[in-house]
Design a protein around this ligand. Sequence first.
Ligand code: ADP
Length: 387
Amino acid sequence: MDTQQKIGILGGGQLGKMLYQAGSVKHLPMTIMEKSEDCPARIVCQHFVTGDITSYQDVLSFGEGVDIITIEIENVNVEALEKLEATGKKVFPQPSVLKLIRDKGLQKMFYEGFSIPTADFLLFADAAELRKAITDGHVKLPFVQKLRKEGYDGRGVQVVRTEEDLKNLFDLPSVVESKVDIREEISVIVVRNEAGDLKAFPPVQMEFHPTANLVEFLFAPADISFQLSEEVTRLAIHVAEKLGIVGLLAVEMFVDTQNNVLVNEVAPRPHNSGHHTIEANYTSQYENHLRAITGMPLGSTEAHHAAAMVNLLGAEGFEGPTNYEGLEDALKRQGVYAHLYGKSTTKPFRKMGHITIIGKELKKVKKIAADLYQHVIVNSPGTSGNK
Ligand code: ADP
């Protein structure tokens, strides 16, 4: 087992921070590249390079100095990663997977090509083409319009319900999906190494903020039937195998009111829906990602506790220096772990941290999560207010 391969991580956000923390336990030689030192990961990384992860030259020079390159965010320069891969560097996720996933249109075509269940869709070049399809009766209200590129955390996704909404169509290449009657949003994180060994974390249930489209709560294991749990796990593994991913793949799925399971989208990196694995599982998603990309044996993905995760999003109506109200009381409780991202300024819906709650019973854990959600508020010092 080679624990001396140099690992380069593109991106110094909170996911980069937790990845670095996991790797430091095994003393893996890691370096992070990020544009500014004022980033969540900086506090934990000994080796840090200032550079733009979207710049061809910066990514190329950074990659040349390491053996394995990985990411914590998809928005990186893929052309440089292709070049690095061609010169013999290990790049995980592979640039081909990244290219496919960054374009929601290509991603949907991939699912269609492998008969992977997903919401029905059509692709459009611009708003005029979409309007014509509506007039011609090929697209019916309500539908969901998603920008093919550069949407994230709900930005670049809109539900178009009424004639009035048609005025605000995105005028860029987009995917138009039929609106699913969602009963549950489930995520399964799969980890796969180069040898093709593969493990899946137990399914996780996600609850979204109604307007901001951001995950607010997450429960693990998902409170769903054994059968459904098996089905979503099988499907997630199938997607990971068809992609041939090396590293983590978070597979986000919908379960509709008819119990159909549909793949929504995937992320080839550590994921929000796996934060709790640090405290609740035998091996965290971060550690397993590093094991997969360095060729170590994959760790057990099993959970030893039930868990909930509450995202600490910047409260509405506050923009300025960060203050975590109500945190003191939260920390007095057993099984509560606060992760703060060190972002010096808060703004509405910005991801400022998260709290993981673990316990023996999911029911109790959920109750604490609901309570903390009400009482821990990210605002600015000297202010106070509700969410
Ligand atoms: P992002 O990449 O920004 O996370 P998603 O494709 O995951 O965007 O969409 C964000 C949210 O919008 C989903 O979690 C879901 O709640 C809702 N959504 C997305 N697609 C559909 C759909 N076809 N039908 C109903 N709701 C959807």
